[in-house]
Design a protein around this ligand. Structure first.
Ligand code: F6P
Length: 341
């Protein structure tokens, strides 16, 4: 029997460990695996690649995805859904493993409801999927962001500057919050709590009054100001209707400099956070998810997604993962606030 696997949405450290684990476990259990290239685009266009022991050899420590990825939404393409269904059949797929975030798994949820044998594997550096404690990719991104904040400290301290670090995370503040805590940031600003620019500047001024001539501000790309007048220009939408975020750090840095008089610089970490080799945690989590995905196929648990609950890998209905975004709660944000200023 043949199983297909695709990776959709933003690339993410840990995807290759999943692919490797799926292929190894499937082969052990007597399945054949075929790779669908570039997410849902590959299934619409019947663009595939054979997956075997040779093709997965050496991919465990590699970032990105050997299958390629895209943000293609078959429900937004003319004839997309029909092609997906036709190619599923033409490829002789018994089941499909869809590895992705909210958008890719949203499509997987709908396809499962249409009767296709689909199993989901959650991935995203944003860690914003409900129904799993962690997604792989987050740990790597967090470690990179933390290292960057450590490096920014050097210049902040030597030049007596305010350094603003803008990190990714979309509409959830997990990367900013945890990298801010781990990197000892003086202010952390996340989408869940609108930015009070007066408060931010007061905190920085108070630091200076107690002799600290530098500050580190971590801001999540999705954070927004309380003041209705301070808005970002609307940006481009992708096929899933998401705006391309970024740019808040620049506005924030200008405003801080204007209001405090202290030299303020911004560093946008961007795709650096998403690139490179997965951390050991993400390699292990990706591997465990991959193995479990094949177990779900064997048990005919379609319409389900693998998930981390505590230290156990379990399965949950796909809709549970995509229904609501997992955002930072006030108690957790309070931990970062202890160190503000
Ligand atoms: O969802 C992962 C993510 O890296 C977000 O943090 C970010 O907003 C987005 O993807 C960027 O996507 P792209 O690489 O398509 O610009």
């Amino acid at each position: 029997m043949r199983i297909g696997i695709l990776t959709g949405g933003g690339d993410c450290p840990g995807l290759n460990p999943v692919i490797r684990a799926v292929v190894r476990k499937a082969m052990n259990d007597g399945f054949e695996v075929i790779g669908i290239k570039n997410g849902w685009k590959g299934l619409i266009e019947n663009d595939t690649t054979a997956l075997n022991l040779d093709s997965i050899s050496g991919i465990l420590p590699k970032g990105g995805t050997i299958l390629g990825t895209s943000r293609t939404n078959p429900y937004k393409k003319e004839g997309g859904l029909e092609n997906v269904k036709a190619n599923f059949k033409a490829l002789g797929l018994y089941a499909l493993i869809a590895v992705g975030g909210e958008d890719t798994l949203g499509v997987a949820t709908k396809l499962a409801k249409e009767g296709l044998n689909v199993v989901g594997v959650p991935k995203t550096i944003d860690n914003d999927l409900s129904a799993t404690d962690y997604t792989f990719g987050f740990d790597t991104a967090l470690n990179i962001a933390t290292e960057c904040i450590d490096r920014l400290h050097t210049t902040a301290e030597s030049h007596h500057r305010i350094m603003v670090a803008e990190v990714m995370g979309r509409h959830a503040g997990w990367i900013a919050l945890e990298a801010g805590i781990a990197g000892g940031a003086d202010v952390v600003l996340i989408p869940e709590f609108p930015i009070d620019i007066e408060e931010v500047c007061d905190l920085i001024k108070k630091r200076h009054q107690r002799g600290k001539t530098f500050s580190i501000v971590v801001v999540s790309e999705g954070a927004r100001f309380k003041e209705a007048t301070m808005v970002l220009q609307e940006q481009k939408l992708d096929e899933f209707g998401h705006v391309r975020l970024g740019g808040i750090g620049e506005i924030l840095a200008k405003e801080i400099e204007k209001r405090t008089g202290y030299e303020t610089r911004v560093s946008v970490l961007g795709h650096i956070q998403r690139g490179g080799s997965p951390s050991a945690f993400d390699r292990v989590l990706g591997t465990r998810f991959g193995v479990k995905a094949i177990e779900l196929v064997k048990e005919k648990k379609f319409g389900q997604m693998v998930s981390l609950s505590g230290n156990k890998i379990i399965s949950v209905p796909l809709e549970k993962a995509t229904g609501t975004l997992k955002t930072v709660d006030p108690e957790y944000y309070e931990i970062a606030r202890v160190f503000f200023g």
